[in-house]
Write a new protein. Sequence first.
Length: 436
Amino acid sequence: MYDLAVKNGILYRNSRWEQNHIYIRDGIIAEISSREYDARTVVDGEGKKILPGIIDPHVHFALSVGNSRSADDFASGSAAGLYGGVTTYIDFLDPVGRGSQVEEAFKKRLEQARISHGDYSFHVTAANPIGETAPIVAEAHRLGVPSVKVFTAYSESGRRTFPRELEEFLTLSGERGTVILVHGEDEDHIITDSRFGPDDLSRSRPAISERDMVKQLCEMVDSRGGTLYMVHTTCGSSLACARERLGEKFGVNFFMESCPQYFFLTDERFKGDEGYKYVLAPPLRSQKESDKLKEGIDSLYSVGTDHCPFMQIEKKRSLLSRIPFGIGGIEYSFPLMYGLFGDRIIDKMTLNPARLFGLYPRKGVLEPGSEGDLFLFEEKADTIRGTGHSRCDYNVYEDFPVGGRVEKTLLRGKIVMDGNVLSEPEGRFLTREARQ
Ligand SMILES: [Zn+2]
């Protein structure tokens, strides 16, 4: 007797579709088979696609920026994720400059995340860690969160990590398998002016700042090795640049993530009365760069959302310096990206993040021995309606076309979303392995 069976669905396994039954016991996929067995709960998967739960490697829940706090906490953000098939996500610790501060930052986020509906982990965030790169990496591994994010910009708030420390991180990464995440904007190209409004965002943080930083990052990876993961890549030209410069090292030492907003929204959004709603960094780009990103999709390693929306009352300001940066989207990442790219996007949102961030084979695949995280997807042309399940009071993807609808979501073999989120928060912290 199994705890739960999903019968007759069309399963995504090894990059193919197969019709089969999934049997789950104690939260783990016990068997995938065409045989008939009894189960306490039977989910009818007839005509539905069954996919491994989406892993969003880049979210910010309950983020404080100045006097603002992002609209979603760990409960509402992770619940919105369940409506989009997201069963696992990785958030970030507050930035630290010293190894001795990592544990406190970790405990703080762990406490905040206790109300999560999905399973979760964290990336450590470094801020100008002079003389402290090795202690930070050591703590990241000790706490089971072996990935460290650095910013190459934001020196005004003390968050920038300079090239020497970034190179140290890469050397440590080569030794220990730490993944070094980089927010890559070359600060030399960033212009700030206290009079700038939303429609100045593109010239304030131009595309060249990303492309120039990519060139520098490629050189560092080429000389130091290690594992570098560039978060929220905005430009198709950045992707092409890294691929050309690194050759065989691209996809081995250097991985690139992008987000749905850079495919579906362009810098035109910053113009007009509602430009404030779209303010984020790095900013939306031209149609041309967005098109290039689509052309380069097969070189992209993964998709994260950078989910960090703020209520309109917080965003609606005329000066950029007073607007908290960030938008939402965790609920729509898969339906949107699947609508645009079809099957080509699935591994980038499941298997790939699981592999790089030490969650495979526990997460990211439908295979015996893996946890029973999956969702039933009804493939059909559809449109996004309303503000969705985030607490944010506007939705940048309203009226956008999607490739289908997430009908049910299961976390460790339990139905957690079936039209509505059904259970109390049951998300667990995931200890991750270092990259081998
Ligand atoms: Zn982010």
